[in-house]
Design a protein around this ligand. Structure first.
Ligand code: FAD
Length: 325
């Protein structure tokens, strides 16, 4: 259930002038330029964070737009190397053309993953709405089968299918499976997804348990205390933790710029104190850094997709002690 307050915040924000939306979103978006993302990463490196970079934008209407994303991500790879940043890539398959020309979209993604592999850099395929869940998973499997193992995807706790997807990916990729687990931002229909807060938390926690028991790499992407607490106690039960080599017998070898079988991930601008606390405890923490000219479309779309985000943004401004960057 989306509260009336969230709906009100969204309805109000999308009617606000562009400068207002920009003012609100500057906390969550590095800026319009790649140099903005680089500057933020340099600053947050001092807080022991590492990064994953997202070029804003997703579903596109022509393959020419897909070329823009490909070229921009190539610039990101070069900027990461030139600035010696501990960062990898997060990409949205639909921005590469998945829903327009699946074959060309795959080729674009493959070329980028190949380029990243040459620099020992990981690429995460963000998970979009349920129309592309299966295709996104399949792209990861196909790339691994073609020898590109520096790629993984995201599973969304709210989707009923996620536990089966972990089984399927375990079969296909074994210990090379590398996930981000999150609740899922898209409000999916109740036929395929949990819709209540407590069910979503509990399903997300079950996914964390299953990923850990499958020997997979598990990036826990949540700012929610019950999820973070659960993850920490699950990790402990496997003897996993800061500065401990992954003790699971079924896990894969440690990759460059990754944690010992797990990491925590947070969005830029959200719950900084929690992230810094985890980092101070020795956990690897990664910040998701979005940037790009399409910051306005991105902000409005996120609000429309999931109005609860609106309430969280408003709460962060009205009661800053609940969520500092
Ligand atoms: P919530 O209960 O939503 O949030 C817990 C608390 O965190 C809130 O009370 C609030 O204080 C704070 N908070 C959370 N979000 C915000 C915000 N936007 N503004 C202000 N405060 C906030 N979803 C996908 O569907 N696909 C993806 O590929 C994907 N990638 C992600 C990558 C990262 C690194 C992260 C952190 C999230 C990603 N998500 C993705 C979004 C995720 O699915 C959730 O929608 C989002 O993280 C909110 O869920 P939560 O677990 O943080 O819990």
């Amino acid at each position: 259930m989306v509260s009336w307050f969230s709906k009100l915040v969204v309805a109000t924000t999308i009617r606000m002038p562009r400068w207002f939306v920009k003012w609100v979103s500057r906390r969550y978006v590095a800026g319009p330029e790649l140099s903005d993302a680089v500057n933020i990463m340099k600053r947050l490196s001092k807080e022991n964070a590492c990064f994953t970079v997202d070029v804003l934008g997703e579903e596109i209407s022509s393959m020419a737009e897909a070329q823009y994303f490909y070229d921009e991500y190539v610039r990101v790879v070069n900027a990461i190397i030139d600035n010696n940043l501990d960062a990898n890539l997060s990409i949205k398959p639909t921005a590469f053309g998945l829903l327009i020309d699946a074959e060309k979209g795959f080729a674009n993604i493959k070329n980028l993953v190949k380029m990243a592999a040459e620099h020992d850099m990981f690429v995460r395929l963000d998970m979009e709405d349920h129309r592309v869940t299966q295709d996104t998973i399949q792209i990861v499997i196909d790339l691994h089968e073609q020898g590109l193992t520096n790629v993984g995807t995201v599973l969304q706790g709210r989707l009923f299918r996620s536990l089966e997807d972990i089984d399927f990916l375990e079969q296909k990729l074994g210990p090379m499976a590398d996930y981000r687990i999150c609740k899922g931002i898209y409000l999916e229909p109740e036929e395929i997804a949990f819709t209540s807060y407590s069910d979503i938390v509990s399903a997300t926690n079950s996914c964390i348990d299953k990923m850990l028991s499958a020997g997979a790499y598990c990036a826990i992407a949540s700012h929610d205390i019950p999820v973070v607490k659960h993850a920490k106690s699950a990790l402990e039960s496997y003897g996993m933790g800061p500065n401990i080599q992954d003790p699971r017998e079924n896990s894969g070898a440690k990759r460059n710029s990754k944690g010992n079988g797990y990491e925590f991930q947070m969005l830029l601008g959200v719950r900084g104190p929690l992230r810094r606390k985890l980092a101070a405890e020795g956990h690897l923490t990664r910040v998701y850094v979005p940037y790009g000219a399409k910051w306005y479309e991105y902000s409005i779309r996120r609000l429309k997709e999931n109005p609860t985000v609106g309430a969280q943004v408003a709460k962060a401004f009205i009661m800053p002690w609940t969520n500092r960057p």
